[in-house]
Design a protein. Structure first.
Length: 173
């Protein structure tokens, strides 16, 4: 299985990138591509920009990356209860090329944050919207209090949370 995994953040120290990578590592015999949103530089979406210059090449590259994989693991950063601006902009541009931009690929949807809610607001929003945009949503997982529950060496340190993520990962296959 070819998996596209990414954290929906442009932070070089993204905790969501760490969670997405960790989850992808739990899929047996998977070939994983780790996408970095910092590699996608786009103007802010507007119909005027699209009319003047068309859809940017980086939006096309993002859509092609999705289409080239069998499954997607995305961990959403929560900025003021919603998506990060960079992810939302990339998502908006890609949807101009293909409304069902997730290409009916099996998807594991994750979120984490430093706080106790673990990105619950952005996760709920994506659960409602992504299936309408072509996500075959197989499972979700929220990791609360990232710094208390995750170690770079061990992954998720809380046994119950680790078991919950492992179950969500199984639903992907």
């Amino acid at each position: 299985m070819k998996i596209l995994a990414f954290g929906a953040s442009t932070s070089s120290t993204s905790i969501n990138s760490k969670l997405a990578s960790h989850a992808a590592g739990l899929v047996p015999d998977a070939e994983v591509t780790h996408l970095d949103l910092r590699d996608y530089t786009l103007p802010i979406y507007s119909s005027d920009e699209e009319t003047a210059n068309g859809v940017p090449a980086d939006a096309k590259a993002f859509l092609e990356a999705i289409q080239a994989h069998d499954a997607i693991i995305v961990s959403l950063a929560e900025h003021n209860g919603s998506y990060s601006a960079a992810f939302k902009n990339l998502y908006d541009w890609a949807s101009r090329l293909e409304y069902a931009l997730w290409s009916n690929k099996p998807m594991l949807l994750l979120a984490t944050s430093p706080g106790a809610r673990g990105g619950a607001s952005v996760l709920e929003n994506a659960k409602a919207i992504f299936p309408r945009m072509g996500a075959d949503l197989r499972g979700t997982f929220s990791l609360p209090s990232f710094q208390d529950n995750f170690s770079d060496d061990e992954g998720i340190t809380d046994e119950a949370l680790a078991t919950s993520l492992a179950e969500a990962v199984k639903s992907l296959a």
